[in-house]
Design a protein around this ligand. Structure first.
Ligand SMILES: [Zn+2]
Length: 141
């Protein structure tokens, strides 16, 4: 292979990377421009589920503010990590991600995650929390 061929290959690869980065940038801008719409749709979908599960309104609202499309493009915050950590019971993912204020109280031991579940609001056909295993763990890394 000649040096000229190597330069062409490297230039093509570099140009491809630049195009990928520019596309990702515009995709991120588009998602963030539609943030309110995404939150509305995510809330319509998940708000009723959160109520069925007996989650507090503040925690449902906090969860619904983070539609998956938004989570993909915004950097993880310290608050996200704390909420994610508080969603575990004895190291097991519970499926319930509390709001930041409740997450701090859970992690300090002031309250338990289980105590946040309103059994009067929770759908009677469901098992006692944290038995549901239908939610995949959200990775906050
Ligand atoms: Zn809460």
């Amino acid at each position: 292979m000649k040096n000229k061929d190597i330069i062409v290959i490297i230039s093509t690869a570099a140009l491809s990377i630049v195009i990928i980065v520019i596309r990702a940038h515009f995709k991120t801008k588009k998602i963030l421009a539609n943030k309110d719409q995404l939150i509305t749709e995510w809330t319509e979908l998940n708000g009723p589920i959160g109520n069925q599960l007996g989650y507090p309104d503040c925690c449902i609202k906090a969860f619904c503010q983070n539609a998956p499309e938004i989570l993909k493009v915004r950097p993880r915050t310290r608050m996200d990590k704390i909420r994610h950590k508080a969603a575990h019971i004895n190291g097991e993912w519970s499926g319930f991600v509390p709001c930041y204020n409740h997450a701090v109280k859970v992690l300090s031991g002031e309250i338990t995650l289980e105590s946040l579940i309103d059994s009067n609001k929770r759908d009677k056909s469901l098992k006692k929390f944290p038995d549901e295993n239908f939610t995949e763990e959200i990775k906050f890394q």
